[in-house]
Design a protein around this ligand. Structure first.
Ligand code: 8YV
Length: 336
């Protein structure tokens, strides 16, 4: 079914919740968000659903001048073209902490405030990193398949490797990275990390590595927790993977763009890397068939922050940022 420009607007929404006495602001939602969050936005704002609009040129002609807000996510982002086609745009609120798919430079140039949802998802993303680490190291998914296939009756289950006593290297010791370190320590692992510079506010026994190669060489498990974007594009390349080595495990809860995915597949296939736990991929939701066929790899569909509790907290923060901007010109968590 083709959806005309006018159909993608919540014309009949009940705006009584807007107690400012002013007409509700027009907000463009770039791609589907949590249904409950979209309902909350639609109850207070005049919402346009960008992904449902087929004739974008006519839509922009009719509505571009009125749209003052964009609601998006770490998945859908906001391109320069979109930002520049909305002359009245004031704010972009994003569901997620990573703003790499938002053209931040375009937003800055056009005085558009960008907000994200920091702080509320660190623990869940760190839990996901540990879950992947354990699953790969102890071969949990492979052994699950082993049991389901009835192989236990006739074969000895293959052994995993212990995490305790091994070193967890963390690329990007930010808020999420620090939560990963705390959890890895609880499993008896030693911690190493690489950031642009050493952190003064972390335990002094965390080992600082000057560069990614030194970190990979020092690590048994290398966990990626850096932001995506041009600064980290494919920094984990063939040489870093080789430095991690045939017993090493790579865990990625950051962005697919941080890893050279072809080099990763090749190293796993040739046994130059021991295993991988991957929550993110280069071209989501596409995952190479080669990875799907490998037992030493555990795959997740970008669910780092995806728990009921954390997604609720993220949705609350998106609303607080949107309302904060339109009611008081004060968003709660603007991106610096
Ligand atoms: C979300 C994320 O899954 O916070 C991020 O940067 O990648 C995740 O928490 C994503 O933003 C939702 O699309």
């Amino acid at each position: 079914m083709q959806i005309a420009a006018s159909d993608a607007v919540n014309e009949n929404a009940d705006f009584r919740q807007n107690d400012t006495g002013r007409a509700p602001a027009d907000v463009l939602i770039v791609g589907p968000l949590l249904p409950e969050l979209m309902q909350r936005i639609e109850a207070k704002y005049r919402v346009h659903r960008w992904w449902e609009i087929t004739d974008t040129a006519s839509f922009l002609k009719a509505h571009a001048g009125a749209i003052r807000g964009i609601a998006t996510s770490g998945r859908h982002g906001a391109t320069r073209a979109l930002i520049e086609s909305l002359p009245a745009l004031e704010v972009i609120v994003s569901f997620g902490v990573g703003v790499d798919p938002i053209d931040m430079e375009a937003a800055r140039q056009h005085d558009v405030v960008v907000t994200n949802t920091p702080g509320v998802l660190d623990e869940c993303v760190a839990d996901t990193a540990l879950a992947l680490m354990l699953a790969v190291s102890r071969r949990i998914c492979e052994l699950d398949r082993f049991v389901r296939a009835g192989r236990w009756r006739t074969e000895t289950p293959p052994m995993g490797r212990k995490l305790g006593g091994r070193r967890c290297g963390i690329l990007g010791l930010g808020n999420i990275g620090r939560q990963i370190a705390r959890r890895a320590e609880a499993f008896g692992m030693d911690i190493a990390y690489h950031n642009r510079s050493p952190r003064q506010d972390v335990p002094s026994h965390y080992m600082y590595c000057e560069d990614i190669h030194a970190l990979a060489r020092a690590s048994d498990v290398l966990v990626l927790a850096v932001p995506g974007g041009s600064g980290t594009l494919r920094v984990v390349d063939e040489s870093v993977i080789d430095a991690l080595g045939p017993q090493g495990i790579l865990v990625n809860v950051a962005r697919g763009s941080v890893v050279d995915q072809d080099a990763l597949v090749c190293a796993l296939r040739e046994g130059r890397l021991g295993g991988a736990g991957l929550d993110v991929f280069e071209n989501e939701p596409e995952v190479p068939d080669a990875l799907c066929a490998m037992d030493q790899v555990v795959l997740a569909p970008h669910i780092g922050s995806s728990t009921v509790e954390t997604r609720q907290a993220m949705a609350d923060l998106v609303m607080a940022n949107l309302d904060g901007w339109f009611e008081k010109r004060r968003p709660l968590t603007p991106v610096a």
